[in-house]
Design a protein around this ligand. Structure first.
Ligand SMILES: [Zn+2]
Length: 53
């Protein structure tokens, strides 16, 4: 079951969302310095969501 956990981490842990333009930014390690679309610095980590609300 480690594969699923790794996949989830890969999909969510290293993914960040720009709070300005909602662009998804994938980064291997650490936080991306800024959004590549709007160059904003308001970036948060993508959170895992459930399917229905
Ligand atoms: Zn942006």
């Amino acid at each position: 079951m480690a594969d699923i956990k790794e996949a989830l981490e890969r999909n969510f842990k290293n993914v960040y969302v720009c709070q300005t333009c909602n662009a998804r930014l994938r980064c291997g390690t650490g936080k991306p310095p800024r959004c590549r679309k709007c160059y904003g610095k308001r970036i948060r980590q993508k959170k895992k969501r459930r399917k229905s609300v």
